[in-house]
Every structure is written in C-alpha cells, then in structure tokens.
Write a protein that binds this ligand. Structure first.
Ligand code: ARG
Length: 294
C-alpha cells in the first residue's frame, strides 16, 4: 500500500476493525525449563529463568483479561516443561476437541493431560490416530482449515482433521526448521466469520517459511494478506493472537507492527523472550476454545 500517513489513518477508521470475544486455554509455566532440544531454538546448556517466564506469561494473561477475553487454565505437570505451549494441546471447533498426538517422546505425556482436561470441561473429544500438534499446525481461517506439515504434524493428520470437522483442509509445507509449526509462519488476523462474512478473513504470513507450491496457494487464496519480512519472522512476529481488532505481537516485530497499524489493527506488544528459549511465543501459549460449555 502506498498510502501517505494521513490517508492510512483515514483508511484505518473506515476499516472499522471489530473486536470479537475469545476464550483461550493457557498453562502457567511453573515447570518451564529447556531440558531437551526438539527444535533449533532449544539449547539445554543455556540457563533458563522460570520466574521470568512466569512474569512474562502473566503479562500475556493480564493482557487478554484486560481486553475482556476469557481464560481457562490447565494445571501444569511436573516434568512436562513444554506444556505452557497449549496451542499444541488440541484443535477446538464448535465444542469438539481433536486431541494431539505429539511427534516427539519428550512431549507425548502431554496428550492425555490435555484430552482429560477437554473431557472434564464439557468438550466432545475426538481421539487422534495420526501424529498432530494441534493448533500449532492447524489454523481456522474463515471456514477453511490451513494445515501445516514438514516438521511435526503428518499429512495423514490433515485428512483426519478434515474428517473430524467436515471442513475444507488446505495442506501447506514448511521448509525452514526455525518455523516448524504453522503458527510460527502464519497469523490469522480475522479468525471467525464476521459481519462481512468469511471472505473478510485475512492472514499474515512469512513466504520464505514455505515451499514453492504452498507459497503459490497462499498468494492465490489471500491476495490481500500481510506478507512479513524475514527479520520480523525471525523474532516470531507471526506467533501472535488476534481478536479481529487487537493483535498481540512481540515488541521486536517492528515492521509487522507498522503493517498492522496501516491496516487498521491495534498492535499490543507483549514480550515473551524467556519462552522463546523453548521455541515458543504468544500464539504457542494460547489455544482458542471455540464453542463448548462454560
Ligand atoms: N518446545 C516446544 C516444541 O518444540 C515449543 C512449541 C511451540 N508451540 C507452537 N505452537 N509453535 O514442541
């Protein structure tokens, strides 16, 4: 967009972004540490500060509640340091929770903990057969499920998730090991059908995280998407949460912050630097609960 600052401001007013209510599942990082390495960000020899992780996580929690969103908590389990990344705990639409099946042994025991939580919290559980890491690799954009593969969730899980939810699934292949989950390379800006219909649903993404075929699909389906720079992708700028108006992002993603403002969104900056030592950011610590009882 080649708008002058004044024109951009007018446009953001006329864009009239509407905030939608969200219900999220989070997990306090009481046992957070990096004791193994299953992604390039994790270096077990580097010390971690659990108190700092707790403080930063609390600032994300407070940001959501101040914006009026509803947070559910799952109890952290000792010995499962990655449980703070609840996005991997399942994928939930219309009160149905498709359970996770983790790729690595180190996280396998998180699956029953999340599945038990869903069952006890009024969700209908769909037990997975195929390896999948929940909302880390499945993103709902309008009525379509974008599904990532290449590092964690398998192509077979893409078929399975489509069967569970009877929705169109678009498979995308990740190629850069730093961006091993789909939610590190795509941010859903308008996740739910709004007054303007699902065709208004838009995304932001990092083109270089994908193979050629996937880039072509994204270009064609989302011609108005925000394409972020490699620099903003590298600080996990896309690992963010949007309520349709406010977009919670890393303070390091300066270019993305400006792009969001230009489009009429309100960037809200939350620093999760300590949790990045485990290879996770804002979105990783957030699982959206769609439907279900309260
Ligand atoms: N250490 C975790 C792992 O490698 C981080 C998970 C990040 N979660 C996400 N949704 N991207 O599995």
């Amino acid at each position: 967009m080649s708008a002058t600052p004044a024109a951009a401001a007018v446009e953001s007013e006329t864009n009239g972004r509407v905030q939608q209510h969200r219900r999220y599942l989070m997990c306090r990082p009481e046992h957070f540490t990096v004791s193994y390495s299953i992604n390039p960000w994790m270096e077990p020899s580097r010390p971690t500060d659990t108190n700092l992780a707790l403080q930063q996580w609390q600032s994300l929690y407070d940001t959501y509640t101040e914006l009026g969103h509803e947070i559910e908590l799952i109890d952290p389990v000792e010995g499962l340091p990655d449980m703070v990344y609840t996005a991997n705990g399942g994928f939930v639409i219309d009160g149905v929770a498709y359970g996770p099946k983790f790729r690595f042994r180190e996280r396998a025991d998180e699956a029953p903990a999340f599945i038990d939580w869903f069952a006890a919290s009024g969700f209908e559980v769909a037990e997975p057969v195929e390896v999948n890491e929940g909302e880390g690799d499945f993103l709902l954009v309008g009525n379509t499920i974008l599904a990532g593969t290449g590092f964690r969730s398998t192509g077979d899980s893409h078929r399975e998730v489509g069967e569970v939810f009877s929705r169109e699934v678009v498979s995308l292949t990740l190629t850069d090991p730093r961006f091993y989950h789909l939610d590190t390379a795509i941010a859903v800006l308008d996740p739910v059908e709004g007054p303007g219909g699902v065709e208004k649903a838009n995304i932001a993404y990092l083109p270089n995280a994908f193979d050629e075929r996937s880039q072509a699909i994204l270009r064609e389906r989302y011609p108005d998407a925000i394409r972020v720079s490699d620099a903003d992708g590298a600080v996990f700028g896309l690992n963010s949460a949007s309520d349709g108006k406010n977009v919670i992002i890393s303070p390091r993603a300066k270019g993305f912050e400006a792009q969001l403002r230009e489009r009429g969104y309100t960037p809200v900056l939350v620093d999760l630097s300590e949790l990045l030592l485990g290879g996770g950011g804002i979105k990783c610590c957030t699982l959206e609960l769609r439907g279900g009882t309260r």
